[in-house]
Design a protein around this ligand. Structure first.
Ligand code: AMP
Length: 365
């Protein structure tokens, strides 16, 4: 349990939550904080960060700007983040000054795909087979271990399918590795899954755990298209998925919301694909279908408040609006459902511009 020190003092209304990162997740966190009478101070290195539009304070500076980080931390009661690629040095600087949740350790594990999968396996949870490749010479051994087809991914800094490629022979693996400029990588067995799902879970500073109903997720070109609840997971699989997330959060002494992405195999097995130490795109439907959304749950956890009731009162389907799909906002506004537009200054291919959630009366849990 997380006890003692300044981190045990809850942040009272009027206090400030510092958030590293200014994308749509930071934006929705800031809105949730505001609802609880808390202020959000967003730190981003992008002048047009969508979260700047909705927060009480913002800092536009590089993540290695010590002076700016100092001033930022002085204005915050606690610090959190909305993306997992926050540089470790930034977290170290801030952690010396203010409580930071989730911890630097949770962030470090989630930043490296090899460490992450090794950690997950150490808890007795299953993943697909994987092997590290850090030099050209290691490719053959990795292929012999994993087999084909496989997916080569950079260990660090990949998201939405960036830094990953499906390969079917050794020559393709070599070419892909060179294309990654020999960045340390992992080769993963390709999973012929039945479908994908995720668990959005939360752990409070007092060690209490809560998890939302696991959504079923559909990806195209490695980018999330749709999340829906209820999923095709059985009650036993839901319980197993939540128990896995609980063991991950306990092992990390985690504080905040965490997502565990799962492959659901045709034989019913659940494999952990990755951990996101933050609120997650597959949890956006909680804004409309639950009393307390993932964003409020995260703010509550890092602020040291009791976790809220995350139970679901409706079925929900959340569709992402990617690139040009967000252009015709009038048609989207007329479509029904809850429309969220993230206030991004420019439409780009593959860019998450917003989402729409449709809810209907609950059929089953
Ligand atoms: P990731 O960046 O690891 O979350 O991967 C993004 C998406 O690519 C996943 O949600 C899957 O749809 C697909 N994917 C990633 N790794 C694998 C794998 N080993 N086998 C099959 N599909 C994968």
């Amino acid at each position: 349990m997380t006890k003692g020190g300044p981190s045990s003092t809850p942040v009272a209304p009027g206090g400030t939550i510092g958030i590293l990162g200014g994308g749509q997740l930071g934006r929705m966190l800031a809105l949730a904080a505001a609802r609880l009478g808390l202020k959000a101070h967003i730190y981003s290195d992008e002048s047009d960060a969508p979260a700047f539009q909705v927060c009480a304070k913002h800092t536009l500076a590089r993540y290695d700007d010590e002076k700016a980080l100092d001033a930022f931390s002085a204005s915050c009661d606690v610090v959190t983040f909305e993306f997992e690629n926050v540089p470790a040095a930034t977290v170290e600087i801030l952690a010396r000054r203010k409580p930071i949740f989730p911890s630097a350790r949770a962030l470090a594990i989630a930043q490296d795909r090899f460490d992450e999968k090794s950690f997950v396996q150490s808890l007795g949870l299953k993943t697909t087979a994987f092997a590290a490749i850090s030099s050209d010479g290691e490719g053959e051994a990795a292929i012999a271990k994993i087999g084909m087809p496989a997916i080569l991914k950079t260990r660090r800094l990949g998201y939405d399918g960036k830094g990953q490629v499906r390969i079917s022979d050794a020559a393709a693996a070599r070419a892909a590795f060179r294309n990654f400029k020999s960045a340390p990588s992992i080769l993963e067995g390709f999973v012929d899954f039945a479908f994908e799902a995720s668990v959005i879970a939360a752990r409070g500073r007092d060690g209490r755990f809560a998890a939302y109903d696991p959504p079923e997720n559909l990806h195209r070109d490695h980018i999330l298209r749709r999340s829906s609840v209820p999923s095709r997971l059985s009650a036993a699989q839901c319980a197993q998925a939540k128990a896995g997330a609980e063991s991950i959060t306990n092992a990390l002494d985690y504080v905040g919301v965490l997502a565990v992405e799962l492959f659901v195999c045709k034989d019913g097995a659940l494999l952990v694909n990755e951990i996101a130490p933050r609120v997650h795109n597959s949890g956006h439907w909680t804004l409309e279908a639950c009393v307390i959304s993932q964003f409020e749950q995260h703010i509550r956890a890092v602020a040291g408040w009791p976790l809220g009731d995350g139970s679901r009162h409706s079925d929900a389907v959340m569709e992402n609006l990617i690139g040009e799909e967000a252009a015709d906002w009038q048609a989207l506004a007329a479509k029904g459902g809850a429309l969220h537009l993230y206030g991004k200054s420019e439409i780009r291919a593959g860019r998450k511009m917003g989402h729409i959630t449709q809810i209907k009366p609950m059929t089953r849990t």
